[in-house]
Every structure is written in C-alpha cells, then in structure tokens.
Design a protein around this ligand. Structure first.
Ligand SMILES: N[C@@H](CCC(=O)N[C@@H](CS)C(=O)NCC(=O)O)C(=O)O
Length: 206
C-alpha cells in the first residue's frame, strides 16, 4: 500500500560502490535521488515536498502556520538522528557516554509531539503527514537497534514509543523498505563493527 498512487521504479544503490551514472546525477553522492523526466531531484525533504505538490492526496497540512511548524520539525530530523548515534556506537562505554545526548534529543522530540502532534496517532493527527514520512525511516531503524541494545531509552519517552509503534504498524511505512531490509540492515551494522552487532541473535543476523 502506497501513500500516493504514482508509477515509479526503484534502483537500490550500493553505497560502498556507487555507480558512475549515480555519481553523475547525485550532487553529494547520496541517496535518495528522484529522476523526474530526466531531471534529478535530491534531498529527501525537497523530493517529498515536490511529490506532495504534484500528486494527490496532499500530506502537508492546509493551514500555513501548521505547515510551517511541520516543516520546522522536519528540519530537526538530522539533529535528532545524530543524537541517536548512541545506537551506532562501537563499544559499550561509548553507548554509556552518548545516552545523555540521546535523552536531550528525545526530550526535544517529545516536546514537538506534545505541542504539535497530540492526540496522534500520527504527527498530524489521524492522517499520515510529511513529518511522519521524515521520521519513519529513522524510527524504524532505532526501534530495531533498541530491541537488541536495550538501553531502555524508548521506554523513557512513551510519546515517541507510541508514535513509533503507530508508524511501524502502518502498511505504508512497512512497504517503504524491501522485504530483505532487516537482513541488509544487520549486515551493515556488522560490517561497520558496531557494538550492537554482537548482540543480535543469529536468526535475525541471518
Ligand atoms: N540530507 C540528505 C541526506 C541523505 C543521506 O545522508 N543519505 C545517506 C544514506 S541515508 C547516503 O547516501 N550516504 C552515502 C554517502 O554519504 O556516501 C537527505 O535527506 O536526502
């Protein structure tokens, strides 16, 4: 199930071996890139906003103030994600050292939810919105890693846990990654030699 009924083709890029054609269209050598009529669009938010403008249904709120606040919280994604680098630490000591910073970022996101998103279940209320789309990939990964690392962080922030649960149960979020997502993700954690990789049960590690 998709949010937007639009024809598209996906090409997954091996980021350890980027093809030349990809480097030619991606100004920072990063994914995602969306090719529209031969024009490459880059930066997730720019791509999401473009699609929201050209393909119904509109996910951004109608009210300009609400929309601006939604954009502002979407801008917070990179800071939020950097705070959860606790999950990508190489040793147990570094996990400990990064917990406080993670709490600061989770606390800030809880403020966002309390001020702009309640009663949920999604950030914009009953309907999925672009803020959900921006955070979902990060929450999807953090929830997986938390399941193995068990820092207890998600339990400390019930609003974020509830939002994550709503997103992770949504068919549109589930369908946003390929079937082998967890296996590929685990392989990536192992290749990077991260602390959490040693805690993953064999069956998940495949
Ligand atoms: N601000 C960019 C960030 C994109 C980004 O960091 N992509 C990562 C994967 S999630 C990537 O392509 N990394 C490859 C690299 O930096 O070599 C966006 O939101 O599109």
């Amino acid at each position: 199930m998709r949010v937007k009924a639009v024809e598209f083709e996906v090409t997954y890029i091996n980021l350890r071996e980027k093809p030349d054609w990809f480097l030619a269209i991606s100004p920072h050598g990063k994914v995602p890139v969306l090719q529209v009529d031969g024009q490459p669009l880059f930066e997730s938010n720019a791509i999401a906003e473009y699609l929201d403008e050209v393909v119904a249904p509109r996910l951004h709120p109608e009210d300009p103030i609400t929309r601006a606040r939604h954009r502002a919280w979407t801008d917070y994604v990179p800071t939020f994600a950097s705070g959860l680098s606790v999950y990508y630490a190489k040793t147990a000591e570094v996990v400990e050292q990064r917990l406080e910073d993670a709490r600061a970022k989770l606390g800030k996101l809880t403020e966002a939810i309390s001020q702009d998103a309640l009663p949920g279940p999604f950030f914009g209320g009953q309907e999925l919105c672009l803020v959900d789309a921006a955070y979902a990939p990060f929450l999807q990964r953090f929830v997986l890693v938390e399941g193995w690392l068990k820092t207890g962080l998600m339990k400390e922030y019930p609003e974020i846990a509830a939002w994550s649960a709503a997103l992770l149960a949504d068919e549109r979020v589930i369908g946003s990654v390929p079937d082998n997502f967890e296996k590929e993700f685990v392989g990536n954690l192992q290749r990077r030699g991260l602390y959490v990789a040693d805690l993953i049960p064999q069956v998940a590690a495949g």
